[in-house]
Design a protein around this ligand. Sequence first.
Ligand SMILES: Nc1ncnc2c1ncn2[C@@H]1O[C@H](COP(=O)(O)OP(=O)(O)OP(=O)(O)O)[C@@H](O)[C@H]1O
Ligand SMILES: [Mg+2]
Length: 264
Amino acid sequence: MEKTIKRVKTYIQGLDDAMQGGVPAGHVILVSGTAGSMKSSVTFNILYNEALNGKTGLYISLEQSYESLNQHLSNMGLRLDKINIQPVKNLTRIEEVIHTVKNNSTGSIIVVDIGTIRKEIKDIKIADNKSWLNVIKNVVKKVKMETNCSLFVLDSLSALYTLSRFEDPRVELFYTFEFLRDMDLTTFLISEMPLDESKYSEYQIEDFLSDGIIHLRLTPFRRNIIKEIMVVKMRATNCNNDVFSLEFKNGQFQALYGGQNPLL
Ligand SMILES: Nc1ncnc2c1ncn2[C@@H]1O[C@H](COP(=O)(O)OP(=O)(O)OP(=O)(O)O)[C@@H](O)[C@H]1O
Ligand SMILES: [Mg+2]
């Protein structure tokens, strides 16, 4: 008998139905898109809605500060006061944050602001090639082991490459993806796409290593830009790969198809 796969909703109305209810739990998904295509909003919105349901998520931001992210999400109407949101701007605070998350009955999001941490750290050793990847891995491992965290967003893989240069990407990426799969977290890796949309990821190996690819894009239409979303691949899922327009209305993401294009 076919075993039912546990799925995590993307909380994009219309898109979840296009992939049997959502992303298979524990999968590593690449969320690829050009600048401003709502990569951070869509992924954070997943953690937010899961937190409203009592779950715990980890969001590691490498470039956008916690303040900037918070301002953007609050402006979109996300009620961050309804969840237990815990910024980490100093690695020594991680223990305290984990303690707070463990003792909180509401769902939580731990937001690790690596940009601010980098500015605070004077220790030159941390600037070494592999150190940031290790810092991230250690944070993920610790949060996973000590809390009931089930979701992880890395914003972004592209920013990680500028911090930790991979000498042999094929090998190092293989082990990084293996590490993430072993963590058994539903993981969203944000990938910044070049403007010409020529590739989903920097080395293109990530496309094969990931279990799924969600593509976000901005498409000019007459004198407007439409936001679009499509599921390029999703392992273990019978999915619809159509291009949907992506809208955010009344606090809800929606994927629209066909005659429902808002600009037509
Ligand atoms: N209230 C809102 N409702 C809908 N869309 C909004 C709202 N506020 C901002 N936006 C859109 O959100 C976009 C930015 O979203 P987000 O930061 O998630 O994108 P991103 O792909 O992560 O960007 P970056 O490449 O800078 O990281 C803005 O360009 C704007 O079009
Ligand atoms: Mg972003």
